[in-house]
Design a binder for this molecule. Structure first.
Ligand code: DGL
Length: 281
């Protein structure tokens, strides 16, 4: 981090993901809260995070959070389940007090865990996510805290993020991998009637997921729940709300090339993207 003190002027809300997946969250947040300014940062050069160790995901995520703070953000959303599972708590507890105790970092797992109580009748829920998120057991722990009567079963889908990042998500080759993991999940627990898409890349595979998911199972992308949770957070924290700039603007940063980001981001967003390339360290 640079030695310059962090600005106290109102700033944009930071949205971070390992790659493009967080754009599915950003677009739902902007649909609900269009007045605010946002900065999106995708660590596309180092994606995927899902197969990386705790230490590496923590290190990369902390670098991104520090950079977003330096860019003027007072509030950062980790729009990445893997980063939320592996880095959020350490950053909140160990790093924020040193960096600036008044800044905040929020994740996507808690808002999703909160909503699930009203979406399952059988009280058997499935989670499809990266290997890192499943291994962390974050969904099991968060859901157990809020809804102790719900049984949670996870299935890691290591190839789904590469399918999305490489624009293969709507091609016939993706069907095999989508079907395989849905079948495995439902074999582990046939009573599941609600499945959380616990990775922000997976909404891109939504049509294929619906194709292979039995009709009685509700498939739950997280974007709208994260957006509503942020709205609620801002209502409950007027001090932070006042520190969020409101011109309706959005800037994009990537650790990959600008051309590559522009091309792929157009799958997720309507209209051209104003993007800059940065190095995280
Ligand atoms: N989109 C991220 C998530 O929600 C992670 C993808 C990855 O980098 O593996 O988990």
């Amino acid at each position: 981090m640079s030695d310059s003190p962090l600005s106290m002027r109102p700033g944009p809300i930071g949205v971070f993901d390992s790659g493009y997946g967080g754009l599915t969250i950003l677009s739902r947040i902007r649909a609900l809260l269009p007045a605010y300014d946002y900065i999106y940062l995708g660590d596309n050069a180092r994606t995927p995070y899902g197969t990386r160790s705790f230490e590496i995901v923590y290190e990369f995520t902390l670098q991104a959070v520090r950079r977003l703070f330096e860019m003027g953000c007072h509030l950062v959303i980790l729009a990445c389940n893997t980063a939320s599972a592996k880095a959020l708590r350490s950053i909140q507890q160990n790093d924020l007090p040193h960096i600036d105790p008044s800044r905040r970092v929020l994740g996507v797992i808690r808002p999703t865990a909160e909503c699930i109580g009203g979406l399952t009748r059988s009280r058997h829920v499935g989670v499809l996510a990266t290997a890192g998120t499943i291994k962390s057991e974050s969904y099991i722990l968060e859901i157990r805290k809020l809804h102790p009567d719900i049984t949670v079963t996870g299935e890691a889908c290591p190839l789904w993020v590469p399918l999305v990042e490489n624009n293969e998500y709507d091609k016939p080759g993706a069907d095999y991998f989508v079907r395989q993991h849905i079948e495995r999940l439902l074999e582990k627990d046939p009573d599941i009637d609600a499945v959380i898409l616990g990775c922000t890349h997976y909404p891109l595979l939504y049509d294929k997921i619906l194709k292979y998911m039995p009709a009685h199972v509700t498939v739950i992308p997280q974007g709208d729940y994260v957006a509503r949770s942020l709205e609620n957070y801002l209502l409950r924290h007027p001090d932070m709300e006042a520190r969020c700039q409101k011109h309706g603007a959005c800037r994009f940063y990537t650790t990959e090339s600008v051309e590559k980001f522009r091309e792929s981001a157009s799958i997720f967003l309507d209209g051209p993207v104003d993007v800059e390339s940065i190095v995280l360290e």
